[in-house]
Design a protein around this ligand. Structure first.
Ligand SMILES: NC(=O)c1ccc[n+]([C@@H]2O[C@H](COP(=O)([O-])OP(=O)(O)OC[C@H]3O[C@@H](n4cnc5c(N)ncnc54)[C@H](OP(=O)(O)O)[C@@H]3O)[C@@H](O)[C@H]2O)c1
Length: 282
């Protein structure tokens, strides 16, 4: 059994990895920082370390995602579980090397490309799963497809994050629309309000509220529980494509459940990838 996880160098991803490590024969550590990934691998017992393989990926850079995908396709014959865990909220508007707004790129589009590229490996598994880390923040989304990828009409860090976390739910459901009949399972989840490095890069009112909430936050180990549950348990087929919270199906917003919205997001994501991957290197 092979697991691939993005963002395992910190917080929820690291705790998810610690809990799942014994259940997998091969683990792809998809991280942007080689030093951190190597140190993290070395923190595991020497008997476990050989199962883990670092693959360099910056999810905010489509060409980096493409290189990582190619490296995985060349060296792995099957993928059983892909956990799209990496993400963050960013105080200032930042534009990536591809000309995209960072929250959209790192939380959604990089994972969209990675998952699409790895579909052939996932479909070789008997019980393939894709798990997207979303958030209750999706309830504050104000999705505007004209503005989603670049935020030209003004930037709010929380709205950009909320929109990207809505994309994570829409994308999980779209995967089931497209590949569910071939055996793919896909889920999105809210991990809880978790004390990790998350929010350190935020500012303004969000940072203030986040600091106030700190005493009530759960640990990263507890925040990993729903990811671990979805990765390791057999989930009833009737919940395929669902959004989970506290290891139970939960109802996201009507926008998150809209087929029209998720089809639009899929088309936009495909178009952006086609255009940007074929553009000359900067
Ligand atoms: N904490 C919460 O309360 C909360 C609530 C709802 C949802 N979530 C979601 O849970 C997920 C994990 O968050 P966390 O709380 O564990 O945060 P965290 O401690 O900040 O960890 C984030 C991870 O994502 C990686 N990452 C960020 N940008 C990346 C990029 N461009 N390319 C590759 N890796 C990247 C980070 O790598 P580095 O180590 O290199 O920085 C780190 O491993 C996120 O998707 C977040 O939106 C968290």
């Amino acid at each position: 059994m092979t697991l691939a996880i993005t963002g395992p160098t910190s917080g929820i991803g690291e705790e998810t990895l610690k809990a799942l490590v014994k259940s997998f024969d091969e683990i792809l550590i998809l991280a942007r920082n080689e030093r951190k990934a190597t140190e993290m691998i070395k923190s595991f017992p020497t008997s476990i370390q050989p199962k883990m393989r670092f693959v360099q990926i910056d999810l905010s850079d489509l060409k980096s995602v493409q290189r990582a995908s190619e490296a995985i396709l060349a060296s792995t014959s099957q993928l059983d579980v892909l956990i799209n865990n990496a993400g963050g909220i960013f105080q200032k508007k930042e534009i990536t090397v591809d000309g995209l707004e960072l929250s959209f790129a790192a939380n959604h589009l990089g994972h969209f490309l990675l998952t699409e590229n790895l579909i052939p490996l996932l479909l070789k598994s008997k019980n393939p799963k894709v798990i997207n880390l979303s958030s209750e923040a999706h309830r504050a989304a104000k999705i505007d497809f004209e503005n989603l990828a670049q935020c030209q009409n003004g930037y709010s860090s929380f709205t950009a994050y909320a929109n990207a976390k809505l994309c994570n739910i829409l994308f999980a459901k779209s995967l089931v629309d497209k590949y569910g009949d071939k055996g793919l399972h896909a889920y999105a989840l809210h991990p809880g309000v978790v004390k990790t490095r998350f929010g350190n890069e935020a500012g303004g009112i969000f940072k203030f509220m986040w600091k106030l909430a700190e005493p009530f936050m759960i640990t990263a180990a507890k925040g990993a529980a729903t990811s671990i549950y979805l990765a390791s348990q057999d989930i009833s087929p009737k919940f395929n494509g669902y959004y989970f919270k506290n290891s139970k199906p939960n109802t996201p917003t009507s926008t998150a459940r809209s087929k029209e919205v998720r089809d639009k997001l899929w088309d936009l994501s495909e178009q952006l990838i086609q255009k940007l991957l074929n553009s000359p290197a900067k």
